[in-house]
Design a protein around this ligand. Structure first.
Ligand code: SF4
Ligand code: SF4
Length: 412
């Protein structure tokens, strides 16, 4: 083993070591991590051994065929999507939600919105770099302290621009069928949408925020991939968007990593950002220490709140209790009793007003009471949302609707 190869194994703290300068430089990101941990402790977020989504699993889980994803079903040659494409065309008059109208058919505000969204999305769609080669074994950094390495990876993720980084042991069930990933861990990067833009959903502006976050996540995860490969371990950034060639189902992976809990919108709801965020992963064989899943009572809060269901313009988000009734068996696997999103209703809505928006851009995100700034007032409300009895939770939801004067936008 070379001298360099042994260096990392002893770095557990700052001291007179070859890495103390790097540790010092990453000090602001260490502070950010500590702040995030302190916030979760104050809120009463529990780290648990088993993810709380187990309550929604009722049978064997099979790996999902990505070709059955509603997004991929919109491709003209997809054999699972004939019915969806027929309904889409009949309801919207268009072949695809992403086929743009000419700019001259848009009013002036939407020309700005469309320009913003297209500019924001391009990096995510067109930036697919070949990662650096993995450093050969002779130059590899040996890792004897996986906790230290995990902390370093999180700080690197924050340095590259993520707002949160968590680590999960990669569960093969959450890799799409026929996709082969042998790595042991998934590093999950989280970036929040701009709340002021997402609040305008559905519109080009809210979509531009999603598009911008996709592009940022692509850059962050490619940088993390290259960094890990430089250390001598295999790593790869993974596609998760339905618009690409998805490899991982990000929701359960982020739940395993403790980013948040499963919520009514079918997304991950985190204590910090609600469901107003997007997620992307790097998988790797770098020795890491996975984070634990978390529990802060999301199921109970979603049982007291139906804002996403009430304000979803297409009626794709269910009200009431989790259910066994799968709305679109083509686009979902059985084995769950959960809140099922009706993917067909959601996607068809995206094509309904192409003059105004290319996708809904997440009205179900915009109206969620958890998507509030991290300040003293809202953190106090967050604490109540976690700890208060059911009727107070309902009162909080009522207060949120009253304060934000939400309008229903029905196109069902
Ligand atoms: S993205 Fe829009 S249409 Fe789809 S579930 Fe959310 S609010 Fe409903
Ligand atoms: S809007 Fe309400 S019900 Fe929907 S995810 Fe947010 S908290 Fe849960």
């Amino acid at each position: 083993m070379t001298e360099n190869a042994t260096v990392c194994s002893h770095q557990t703290s700052m001291g007179d070591t070859p890495l103390h300068r790097l540790e010092k430089a990453l000090g602001p990101y260490e502070k950010k991590l500590q702040k995030q941990e302190a916030f979760r402790r104050r809120l009463g977020v529990k780290e648990v051994d088993q993810p709380t989504y187990l309550r929604y699993i009722t049978g064997d889980i099979e790996r999902f065929e990505k070709e059955r994803m509603a997004f991929l079903c919109m491709r003209p040659d997809n054999p699972h999507g004939k019915e969806l494409r027929r309904k889409f065309k009949a309801r919207t008059g268009h072949d695809h939600y992403l086929t743009p109208l000419p700019y001259e058919e848009l009013d002036i505000e939407d020309r700005f919105g469309r320009s913003l969204a297209d500019a924001a999305y391009r990096a995510c769609c067109e930036y697919d770099p070949e990662p650096f080669p993995v450093t050969p074994e002779a130059g590899r950094v040996e890792v004897s302290n996986s906790a230290w390495m995990s902390r370093l990876i999180k700080k690197m993720g924050l340095l590259f621009g993520a707002e949160m980084v968590r680590i999960a042991k990669l569960d093969q069930r959450w890799i799409y069928k026929d996709v082969d990933i042998g790595h042991k861990y998934a590093i999950v990067a989280v970036v929040q949408h701009k709340p002021s833009l997402i609040d305008l959903a559905p519109s080009y502006f809210s979509w531009s925020s999603s598009a911008d976050v996709y592009s940022r996540l692509k850059l962050i995860t490619t940088q993390l991939t290259d960094f890990i490969r430089g250390l001598g371990y295999d790593a790869m950034y993974r596609e998760t968007r339905g618009g690409g060639e998805p490899e991982l189902n990000m929701v359960p992976i982020a739940l395993d990593a403790g980013v948040g809990e499963f919520c009514r919108t079918g997304r991950v709801l985190s204590p910090e950002y609600g469901n107003n965020m997007r997620l992307k992963a790097v998988t790797t064989d770098l020795p890491l220490l996975p984070d634990k899943p978390i529990d802060f009572g999301t199921h109970d809060f979603c049982m007291a709140c139906e804002s996403c269901a009430k304000y979803c313009p297409s009626g794709a988000v269910p009200k009431g209790e989790p259910s066994d009734d799968i709305p679109n068996p083509v686009h979902n696997n059985p084995g769950f009793r959960k809140w099922w999103i009706n993917a067909e209703k959601c996607i068809i809505f995206w094509g309904m007003n192409k003059r105004k928006w290319p996708s809904c851009g997440g009205r179900c995100i915009a109206v969620c009471p958890w998507n509030k700034p991290m300040n003293r007032f809202h953190n106090t409300v967050r604490w109540l949302a976690v700890h208060a009895p059911h009727f107070i939770k309902k009162l909080l939801v009522w207060g949120d609707e009253f304060a934000y004067k939400r309008e229903k936008q029905i196109n069902r």
